[in-house]
Write a protein that binds this ligand. Structure first.
Ligand SMILES: NC(=O)C1=CN([C@@H]2O[C@H](COP(=O)(O)OP(=O)(O)OC[C@H]3O[C@@H](n4cnc5c(N)ncnc54)[C@H](O)[C@@H]3O)[C@@H](O)[C@H]2O)C=CC1
Ligand SMILES: C[N+](C)(C)CC(=O)CC(=O)[O-]
Length: 464
């Protein structure tokens, strides 16, 4: 599959990374001589962050090419994403070129933050709005606006690269999310202009409080809980009158004078000027990866964690009875690094625990089986740490069943670095089958016991 990225700035670079790291070939067209350098820097950050979001490996990276000719860049593309600056006449010109050169069947998406499809297409183009959020390679949300069939096709493709397509029912200026962002931005500008708060205080007001709530529950679910046991109706009865109080009176926009721009830029420099933009991006990405991984860890996944979890399930390969079993293939996430600058010992245990979970699922001791009240408990592990590994490195685990007799299951795991197949750690793990009600050991269900024995016999014969 091929994506053509027209305009490779902040957002085009993020799109390029999202497609590329999900195995698509990417062709970039951008007249800026600096575009290649900027995109390669965005890509470096994306390679550092995105693979560590998942507990399984992304597909091999696609091929990235740069073009000085738009027609060449879109040849054979399945998806063309326009990400040029937010000026309608420029978007019209670029879309007219795309109508001429893009394949008829290619989806043409526009990253526009605010224009409606009817405005984008008023000169005869057929683009849909596919509005992403920065950083495009990490944040799942995409607002889709426009032709229903094209949006449905687009939604399938975007889900396949780990995104969350949200179809906007009716076109409207600034779609859904940017209407909120503009409202918050407007209020913040007033607070600075009126000398109530500076940029840092406003950021603290967001990140120490409601920003954390929004990341996992959004607005309405949060306010439902805020209504106490009586829920949403009580919340609305209590806070409804505030809508006519001065709290919400500031509907107009402060004038963007040079004085206001300088005031905000100076405060922002004082707040964050000690870090470069790339450093701030890495800090943002590290935090986002940690938050998304935490949201993924809960049950079926909470908020955006659900999207990460679903994409991870799509990425995981179906296992067959090989010797050994490939039970883990993943990148080391950023937040697994400890004060010694390498993957923390506890995370080796995590990797081997994941390997054992995969063996269990493979022999039929899956979520349904556990739901029926049967499972395996680990009784003993012996891990040998043979070499260091670092954030961003691809690793894999091969596992063999060394004993499968009744309630006893013994596994031998070898964890290796993908780049050179060198051995990083081994783990000898002994598990006992248990009844989750009595918490006592018991024989597995007959089919699971048979699967374990088959694998033990197969693995005793050696490498296939
Ligand atoms: N920056 C943001 O936070 C977000 C921006 N967007 C939208 O994405 C679009 C792009 O915004 P940014 O990436 O922020 O802008 P940007 O200024 O970082 O990048 C725009 C790029 O387009 C290139 N360009 C200009 N004319 C071109 C042409 N004729 N053909 C090909 N490339 C051309 C420029 O050289 C530049 O590299 C806008 O529509 C914006 O509203 C959407 C979501 C978030
Ligand atoms: C500021 N903005 C309107 C360009 C923001 C967006 O469109 C989405 C985002 O990433 O915040």
């Amino acid at each position: 599959m091929k994506a053509a990225i027209i305009g490779g700035g902040v957002i085009g670079g993020g799109w390029a990374a999202r497609f590329l790291l999900n195995g698509w070939d990417v062709a970039v067209f951008d007249p800026d001589p600096e575009a290649e350098r900027k995109i390669s820097e965005v890509l470096m950050n994306a390679r550092r962050a995105l693979p560590g979001l998942y507990d399984t490996a992304l597909p091999p990276e696609g091929r990235l090419t740069y073009h000085s000719d738009l027609a060449q860049s879109v040849a054979g593309a399945d998806w063309v994403q326009e990400s040029v600056p937010e000026r309608l006449e420029l978007k019209h010109k670029v879309l007219a070129d795309l109508m001429q050169y893009a394949p008829d069947e290619a989806i043409i998406g526009s990253s526009t933050s605010g224009f409606k499809p009817s405005e984008l297409n008023e000169k005869g183009a057929r683009a849909i709005v596919a509005h992403p959020f920065n950083p495009v390679y990490l944040l799942p949300l995409i607002e889709l606006v426009g032709d229903a069939d094209t949006c449905a096709r687009a939604a399938d493709i975007l889900s396949g690269i780990g995104m969350f397509p949200l179809k906007v029912r009716k076109e409207i200026d600034a779609h859904i999310a940017d209407r909120f962002l503009e409202a918050v931005w407007r209020e913040a500008l007033w607070l600075v202009k009126d000398g109530i708060a500076n940029t840092e205080e406003i950021d603290e007001a967001i990140r120490m409080g409601f920003g954390l709530r929004w990341a996992q529950m959004g607005l309405f679910e949060t306010y439902r809980v805020a209504g106490g046991e009586a829920g949403m109706k009580h919340f609305m009865a209590q806070f409804g009158p505030c809508l006519s109080w001065p709290w919400t009176k500031l509907m107009d926009v402060p004038e963007f004078t040079d004085e206001l721009v300088d005031l905000i830029a100076d405060q922002s420099d004082a707040q964050s000027g000690h870090m470069s933009i790339r450093e701030l991006e890495r800090l943002r990405d590290d935090n986002l990866v940690s938050i998304l991984r935490a949201l993924k860890a809960r049950g079926p996944g909470s908020g955006a964690g659900r999207v990460v979890r679903d994409h991870e399930a799509d990425l995981w390969h179906a296992m067959t009875d090989t010797t050994p079993l490939r039970t883990v293939a993943r990148d080391v996430p950023i937040d697994w690094t400890d004060y010694n600058g390498h993957m923390n010992e506890g995370r080796y245990g995590q990797v081997f625990s994941d390997a054992a979970d995969r063996v269990m699922a493979h022999v039929g001791a899956d979520a349904d089986y556990i739901g029926s009240g049967l499972s395996f408990f680990t009784a003993e592990t012996n891990i040998k740490y043979l070499d260091e590994c670092h954030a961003g490195e691809a690793v894999y685990v091969d596992s063999t069943v060394t004993l499968g007799e009744g309630k006893k299951l013994r596994l031998w795991h070898e964890m290796r670095r993908k780049a050179d197949d060198s051995l990083l750690a081994t783990c000898d793990q002994f598990l006992l089958h248990v009844d989750l009600t009595t918490r006592k050991s018991c024989p597995p269900r007959a089919d699971v016991e048979a699967r374990v024995e088959t694998l033990a016999t197969l693995h005793a014969r050696g490498t296939t």
